[in-house]
Design a binder for this molecule. Structure first.
Ligand code: HT7
Ligand code: ZN
Length: 851
């Protein structure tokens, strides 16, 4: 395989200050004529090399004259040039309707749309398809007017007109130089929800959300979120929108969540369409977050882009940090932080501990699409958060202003970003840069010893080895620390931000009036694993008394984890401490129901497994179910009280969302208790629900139970929503996640269901992706779960390698399991690697997982 290395970066030989594209659009065959103004970059005599992907040029001309001294080398078009500046014209023909990879120009739901990040533009036309070549784009599109009445591209519309043969045309111009990965066009039969936003300097921006006509009523939430995001970016980061229009188009077939193309964002429809009947609170929140994320990219990504793909976290980590801040400001900061950390632990920590671990700024890749990972996005965001903590809010804002001003209009690096933080903050981040270079989640051991009025906190850190990196240097870990009095329950110290940057260190606290209890890594100030010797009693104490809600949650989680691991590993099942702490939280009337719902939820099976030397899925399931059952039985009255709380007609407010979340958690515990009326309660909620959150919550509870009511509910749900693809995804997903003995067989049958298709990434992820996240079913001892995943992945790879490769990581966790399971996973990986015609996307993931 060809390996691309960061250290091999070289500036482009040729720049393309301007490009004009002319599309004669049709699903079966689209002609693309490209006119590139190219300039030699530096003193060299190398030819122009344009990236392509399998096409042959129908014609090539230089300065208006047809030439034939060009050649194809691999996938590149090589054109010898003599002067310092030339105009190159090429023409190609592509077939959008045969594009199942969903990269480049493709058809979705009868419309035509593009996806160019990271390297899709080369599937549209020959071009230096790399992010450090910035061009001003003019686009002309011609298409059948009846089939494609709407023609959209980046930038602002210029002109449009009709042709005598039933076709029409439109031209668009984007004045902001951009890399090819931000190019976009859409041709389709679309309706629009229009709005407008007046920027801080008084410019009126026309906003449009484009969807199929029948979905128009489901776009208000996304439009509202867009306006909130535009206002937020002005207020919090001083960033103003820069074009006269901002369009968003929703498509059903999309490899990712959404794409930030300049002025023309293209979205997976699941991150646009919402109404109470079809979208959950989770969906509503995700829509607002993704709309904001893509909008924020206009500055952190588009105005300042990445020099090369090794710098991907420059735009993604920073933009995730920005969207997390936006979402936190819409509701509860504490709950948002809990959700983000839960997500980091579920996706990024396992990645960092497995064969696909890589630094936030990777050193090499085979296929860049494989690097759109939780490490680049979510750990990348944590790095920004740590720098923001070190600088403090005002200085961080000054530092981001400096970054935006200095690098506007350029393709920058992570180093450029850190240097701005350093300069504006007047701090030395030399050692902090290790966070970009070293993979692996640091482990911190924290021990507090107190004698009289003095306490010593001993910290030790260790960064585990990861592929290609055996020895790690100590990192800078910003740890927020505070001590509480064990008797009084009050704070003994102020919160301190400790910059722990050595392998071992001690911190002394003096003048303590009583025995201190340690609260550490408050707010999850560093993305590390803290191992402390705090007793169950101290953890319960913190879960009730810590004044940082995140730390209260953490203490409760640790108490639950310690209990569950003791039970799964040693068979010791003492549930009393957890039951008392959960009861205490449920009885605390002053707490936000959304926080209570998070705090009383047990750690996931996979997170429990992450704490064990050898993951035992059966023992984990038994331990977790036993604790759920005891919590359900012993706190039956509290769960029923929670279930009755806050019942009101549907509203999308933080308060109403919190009550819905707590009710659904309560219903789960009542079912876990084995209560005779549990299924009836769930079915009643399912039928009475005036919103999808309650309906799906009830269905989730029912499908993991034994009552026949689950079959009735699944049928009702299916029949009600059989023409709504996004809700049908939920129907597949709920069954794939069900905790049942027969889930493997059910999922196997569902792969043959008439509504199942691998051609739609959402559907593939809803069934196959969800199934591999179901620890109990996926890790069935006979290996049937592994076989099912491998079969589907191999089939999907023929259609859509990018989406197939994203399904592979669960098989790569094989070293964490017993020899039998590990061997079965290995066998499936070997079968995948041996598949003829395998894509390089899947090959990279599978071969690394076998190393
Ligand atoms: N920047 C976007 C990444 C993306 C993408 C990457 C690979 C293949 C398909 C893709 N679609 C979108 C999304 C984002 O982070 O905002
Ligand atoms: Zn992004």
């Amino acid at each position: 395989p060809i390996v691309i290395r960061r250290e091999a970066y070289a500036a482009p030989d040729w720049l393309v200050p301007e490009v004009a594209l002319d599309f004669a659009l049709a699903a079966a065959a689209t002609r693309v004529r490209a006119r590139l103004s190219v300039t030699r970059n530096g003193a060299h005599d190398r030819p122009l090399r344009l990236d392509g992907a399998g096409q042959r040029p129908l014609s090539v001309s230089v300065d208006g004259v047809a030439v034939n001294d060009w050649r194809i080398e691999g996938e590149e078009l090589v054109v010898p040039l003599t002067g310092a500046a030339h105009v190159i014209e090429t023409e190609v023909e592509i077939a959008p309707e045969r594009n199942t990879q969903l990269m480049g120009l493709y058809a979705s739901g009868g419309n035509l749309c593009t996806q160019c990040e990271a390297e899709g533009f080369r599937r549209i036309t020959f071009f230096p398809d790399r992010p450090d070549v910035l061009s001003v784009y003019s686009v002309r599109m011609t298409a059948d007017k009846a089939l494609y009445p709407v023609l959209l591209a980046n930038g602002d519309p210029v002109e449009s007109g009709e042709l005598a043969d039933g076709r029409h045309w439109a031209t668009w111009h984007d004045p902001f130089p951009k890399p090819s990965y931000l190019f976009a066009l859409v041709a389709g039969n679309l309706a629009v929800n229009r709005g407008s936003f007046t920027t801080m300097s008084g410019r009126v921006v026309e906003l449009g959300i484009w969807v199929r006509e029948s979905d128009l009523a489901k776009t208000d939430h996304a439009l509202h979120a867009l306006k909130l995001a535009m206002e937020w970016d002005e207020r919090v980061y001083g960033r103003e929108y820069d074009l006269d229009v901002f369009n968003i188009v929703a498509v059903d077939d999309f490899n990712f969540g959404a794409m930030e193309n300049k002025g023309l964002n293209i979205f997976n429809s699941r991150y646009i369409l919402a109404d109470p009947d079809t979208a959950t609170d989770y969906d509503y929140d995700a829509i607002a977050a993704v709309v904001a994320h893509e909008y924020f990219h206009n500055w952190s990504g588009n105005r300042i882009t990445c020099r090369d793909w090794f710098q991907l976290s420059l735009k993604e980590g920073f933009t995730v940090y920005r969207d997390q801040g936006f979402s936190a400001d819409q509701g509860s900061r504490a709950v948002k932080r809990i959700e983000d950390v839960r997500g980091l632990r579920a996706a990024q920590f396992p990645e960092d501990a497995g064969p696909l671990a890589h630094p936030v700024r990777p050193e090499s890749y085979q296929e860049i699409s494989n690097f759109y990972t939780a490490t680049i996005y979510n750990k990348g965001a944590e790095l920004i958060r740590m720098m923001a903590s070190i600088l403090g809010p005002e200085t961080f804002r000054a530092a981001t202003d400096l970054y935006f001003d200095r690098f506007d209009g350029t393709a920058a690096t992570c180093e450029d970003y850190v240097a701005c933080m350093e300069e504006a903050g007047d701090v030395d981040l030399t050692q902090f840069r290790l966070w970009y270079a070293q993979a692996g989640t640091p482990r911190v051991s924290a021990t507090l010893d107190s004698v009289g009025s003095r306490a010593t906190l001993t910290l030790e850190q260790h960064v585990p080895p990861t592929p290609g990196q055996s020895d790690k240097a100590p990192m800078v870990l910003p740890l927020r620390v505070k001590l509480f009095g064990a008797e009084s329950g009050t704070a003994l110290t102020e919160e301190r931000l400790v910059l722990f940057d050595r392998a071992r260190d001690t911190i002394i606290f003096e003048g303590l009036a009583e025995r201190p209890v340690l609260s550490i890594n408050r707010g999850f100030s560093a993305p590390v694993i803290v191992e402390s010797d705090r007793s169950a009693a101290d953890l319960a104490f913190l879960s009730a008394h810590d004044d940082d809600p995140f730390a209260r949650y953490e203490a409760m989680q640790q108490l639950m984890l310690d209990t569950l691991v003791a039970s799964a590993v040693h068979g010791r099942a003492d549930h009393e401490g957890v039951i008392a702490a959960v009861a205490n939280t449920l009885d605390d009337a002053g707490l936000d129901p959304a926080f209570v719902a998070e705090a009383v939820l047990l750690p996931s099976e996979s997170f429990i497994g992450d704490q064990m030397a050898v993951v035992d899925p059966d023992a984990i399931f038994r331990a977790r179910e036993a604790l759920r059952r005891d919590l359900g039985r012993r706190l039956d009255a509290q769960w029923r009280r929670a279930l009755a709380q806050g019942v009101a007609p549907y509203a999308y407010t933080p308060e109403a969302k919190g009550f819905r979340r707590l009710r659904s958690v309560a219903l789960g515990y009542i079912a876990a208790s084995g209560a005779a009326d549990a299924a009836e309660l769930a079915f009643a909620q399912f039928e009475a629900a005036d919103n999808m959150t309650d309906r799906q919550g009830a269905l989730t509870t029912l499908v993991s139970g034994t009552s026949d009511l689950r079959i009735a509910a699944l049928d009702i749900f299916y029949n009600r929503y059989s023409d709504n693809a996004l809700v049908l995804d939920k129907w597949f997903q709920v069954q794939a996640l069900a905790s049942r003995d027969d889930t493997g067989a059910v999922v196997a049958a569902l792969t043959r269901h008439p509504d199942f298709t691998l051609a739609n990434p959402n559907r593939a992820r809803a069934l196959v992706g969800a199934f591999s996240a179901n620890q109990r079913a996926f890790h069935a001892a006979d290996g049937s779960g592994y076989r099912l995943l491998a079969d589907q992945l191999i089939a999907l790879d023929r259609l859509n390698p990018q989406t197939a490769a994203k399904l592979l990581p669960p098989l790569g966790r094989r070293r964490r399991f017993d020899a039998a399971r590990s061997g079965l996973m290995r066998a499936e990986l070997e079968r995948i690697v041996a598949t003829p015609g395998l894509s390089k996307d899947v090959f990279e993931q599978a071969s690394k997982s076998l190393e």
